[in-house]
Write a protein that binds this ligand. Structure first.
Ligand code: NCD
Length: 303
């Protein structure tokens, strides 16, 4: 029985296999529409979510399976003081697979150590978000045709942005990748993620200047400043609009730039960019559902 806690739990070959399955699901959805018949996914979301929870649930329905759902820490026994370990043991009696989001870093790992069914990390605090990375990888592959030889700009809250951490872990395994880390001083990439880049001798640039970095980028991954992880509101208000992508800022961008964002956006990308052919963030949403379908099939060993 396998869980997905970090994107590194999947080898590059397995990522390739999941991308292949997702592409096949896109082309032949009927082939998969009964594959999880009789199986139940439990979504345990102790932090806000729209896309991730609904895409997991839509994924399971499109595989012919069923869904059990807990939303919000306040409505479950977590509010009574139940431990993550006990919750995991309990839900193992009802479901075949768990997707868990939690504000505490490491909570899904603890759940996986106590569950008797696979656990998927659907976001743990400011740490990791491996299934967003699956969505990102499929998007990059479909939009750019490759996962290697890319210059990837990551912009915004690189400190608390868990999607950025998991994406860097994943992309650092492909050859010819270069990272451009664009953030305010206070929101720079944590050292444990930066050390991955350094250990592999991957070229990287750290800057505060998005426009100066723009001409080199093949991918621009914008992120929201993570208000819920700040210790005080003043710092958040000062930093929240550090980067706002508007059409004029794309003047010196590549014609085939791929603009991504895990969403939700607050102010980071002007809606005027939504119809630009380079905007890929709503495709990313759809790709996330297909990759979660592929992942559920893999972890339930139904393929
Ligand atoms: C992200 C998250 O929850 O980390 N959202 C998502 O799952 N697509 C990004 C964010 O909340 O900013």
């Amino acid at each position: 029985m396998r869980s997905l806690i970090s994107i590194l739990d999947l080898s590059v070959e397995e990522l390739d296999e999941l991308i292949g399955v997702a592409n096949d699901i896109i082309d032949n959805p009927a082939k998969y529409s009964e594959i999880c018949r009789g199986k139940k996914l439990a979504t345990l979301f102790f932090e806000p979510s729209t896309r991730t929870r609904l895409s997991f649930e839509a994924a399971m329905y499109e595989l012919g399976g069923n869904v059990l759902s807990v939303t919000g820490a306040g409505s479950s026994s977590a509010a009574k003081g139940e431990s993550v370990a006990d919750t995991a043991k309990t839900v193992s009696c009802y479901a075949d697979i768990i997707a868990m989001r939690h504000s505490k870093e490491g909570a899904p790992l603890v759940a996986s150590m106590n569950a008797t069914i696979p656990v998927i990390n659907a976001g743990d605090g400011g740490h990791n978000h491996p299934t967003q990375t699956l969505a990102d990888l499929l998007t990059i592959r479909r939009e750019k045709g490759r996962l290697d030889n890319l210059t990837i700009g990551l912009c915004g809250d690189l400190k608390f942005g868990r999607t950025v951490h998991s994406l860097i872990e994943a992309m650092a395994r492909y050859t010819g990748v270069k990272f451009v880390l664009i953030s305010p001083e206070e929101l720079k990439l944590p050292s444990y993620v930066k050390s991955i880049i350094k250990e592999k001798n991957i070229p990287y640039v750290q800057t505060t200047d998005l426009e100066a970095a723009m001409p080199d980028l093949d991918i621009l991954y914008m992120t929201r400043v993570q208000r819920e992880r700040f210790f005080n509101e003043e710092d958040y208000l000062r930093l929240k609009d550090s980067y706002i992508l508007t059409p004029d800022k794309l003047n010196n961008a590549k014609a085939d730039l791929c603009i991504m964002h895990p969403l939700p956006r607050v102010n980071e990308i002007s809606v005027a960019i939504d119809n630009d052919p380079r905007a890929a963030y709503f495709k990313q949403v759809l790709n996330g559902k297909y990759m979660r379908m592929a992942l559920i099939c893999k972890l339930l060993e139904v393929l």
